[in-house]
Design a protein around this ligand. Sequence first.
Ligand code: HEC
Length: 708
Amino acid sequence: MSEKLHSTANFAFGGLGTIAFLAAAVSAVTAACNDPTGFSVPSGPGGSSSSSGPNDISGSFNEDCPADGTWIPADGGLTPPVPMVEPAPHPDTECPFYRGAYQNFMIAGAPKANGDPALVDFATLDDTFTSQFKANNPYVRNSGTLDPAKSADPCVNSGGASGANTARAGAPTGRAWLGVVRQAGHRNVLVDQDHHTLYYGLHMNQAFVEFVKANNLQTPAGILAVPPDLAFPPGVSEFKTAWKDIDPRDFPDSSGNLCTANGKVSSPTDFPGDPGDYSNYITTTAWIPWLTQDPVTGEMIEDADHPVLRKVALVAIHCVYTLPGHPEFIWGSVQHVNTTLIDPTVLTFAGQMVLGMPDSQPDSISPDGGPPALPDKNDPQNTNNPVPPGGTKHYLLYGNQALESVSNRGPTSDLDLGFDASAQTFAAVTQVFRVFPGSKADRLEPDTAVFSLNSNLNVLYGNAIDAGLIDTNVDKRVNYRLVAAVWMDKPALFGLGTRGANGQYQGMTLQNDDGFNPLVNDIKASPPNIHPEISQGISCGTPTGINGQAPLSGDVPDASSFNNTVPGCDTRADEIDFMGANNPLRGDDGGLSPVDPGADFASHSVGSDSPFSMLGGEDRLSSTSMETFTQNDSFHNCFSCHNTQPTNTDGVAATDPNCLFPNSPTNPACPTQTVMPIAAKINVSHMFSEFLIHERDAAKKLGVDAGF
Ligand code: HEC
């Protein structure tokens, strides 16, 4: 959260606190040396609310978001689970939501004895769901053969490429663990600077698996019969990971040959502090699918049943989880950073020097070549910007001084990807930049709580290194930081929407600014409905309790600036000028007209800090490596696809009535087939729709009917 509306100037940055902080952070991350400032990392059960002691710099942030000392237990144990408490909505701090996202990353990213992250043991679709076609492939996920007589890998098969081809034409040789190389949205393929695609993983925790079992959702029939209202319980988490191929065998050696152990893997970036290799990334060896291309459509086809074993590095990870009162999930995202460099966006817009520069991509910049900037509202791809966002620098997913106009996009046709099947490479490299530097539509600044948490993590990790609790040669979590997160600030509004012409629920889009936000729409009723039952937090609210509970602090349901007993509180009643023309807060035009939140959202003059916001956190959050092609305004944030609407095979909402009940979801008239034909609360997760897609694909391969 940022400061309340109407009080934009309370960033109290600079001064001694900043200097002390920077010193602490530098010491912490460059490691090993003693921390001269004696900065004390907060710790305590469930996380303390702020740091303390002589070097407390929390006052230099307007919202301190501590990293919890218990995340790295002194006994060397594992990061504990996220505490199951319901944080208050706006305008209370958003910190607990961000902390939970990062804590889940620490759980999933913890190194096992062999260096692999704990995530490798988390359940995948193959573990959780029951395929009708299981008999066709008996292998468990993340398995394959290294037998030179049987391998589907030209680097392993003694017969080379032709031997591997033969193997692929035969019975399954294993089961891939990563894949889904065609990204959700338009199903584009991201090609990295080394001409390989990224490989994605979908994982869930045990609570997710148990929820699936307890509700008989393991099969297509069970999923399609789900009660629309069935919602996820607290404690469930799911992850999506993006991995880069860093296997030497996929890089030419000095003689230009592939498939040797001496392939020269290029440096991730050319920034100072980059070790020049992937030694500070979380890595694993994973069975990945063999790729082929449909010669007619260009569509990339994954053969998960004849996988190859490759070394891969974790570029980014979505850490998504439920809390009490939040069945819609908190959608958090974590990325790799260069811990020796200052995050330029935080420095530019908040004046704070926080170590940890995102190094997969640059931020969008203004056309004069200045610092990071929001894209032109009328030109979301910044087509007319003549300045390359990354300058001459080489990021993990950006280089070649690419302009924004040609970045975050692939060729119009997949046939133009320039796919070379034998090398599994692509000619058409994707250049990537972050379209919304602070992941917010209305403002550039990253959220104070986000960068405060990230800077506190520098200290937490640094102290743990000093105390010998973390060995940076083994534990690479140290090099990842939170991008941001988005969730429902008013989860009481999480629902199934209205019923459509077919009598079925249509689902909800869960966006502030697409015309379907009930808080915005219902004030147009006469009299206006300000939803007095939906709280705005416990320190300032309408009413004051959470979602209609007994008031906990001094505000009243129809509070305005006149009877609002919490000074500075900005309620929906204040905003729409319940008390008439004398309200000084009335309207954005100095009091001439009432506030119109619909117009304000549309013009991006307000965002998720508005009392009319359904969402908390960042309303333009995306991952540059996972939602690369939908970062511009076409898909606003995670909820654009992760909502309660029916779903199609592109992984987005299916809204065409021709493709919904009572018509067949596989109606040939549908350009994109429907995969989950009913609105349901579980549709926020795509695990179910993705499993259904897998089932249909498996059926197609066998030439049989999937039965749905
Ligand atoms: C354009 C649509 C789209 C957007 C935007 C999107 N996702 Fe997804 N997401 C999907 C689809 C579809 C899948 C299933 C796998 C696939 O097709 O890639 C998925 C899978 C996931 C998974 C694995 C579990 C699951 O639900 O299937 C996570 C976690 C996830 N996304 C997180 C996020 C986060 C966090 C954001 C926002 C930063 C986000 N997604 C934005 C479409 C989207």
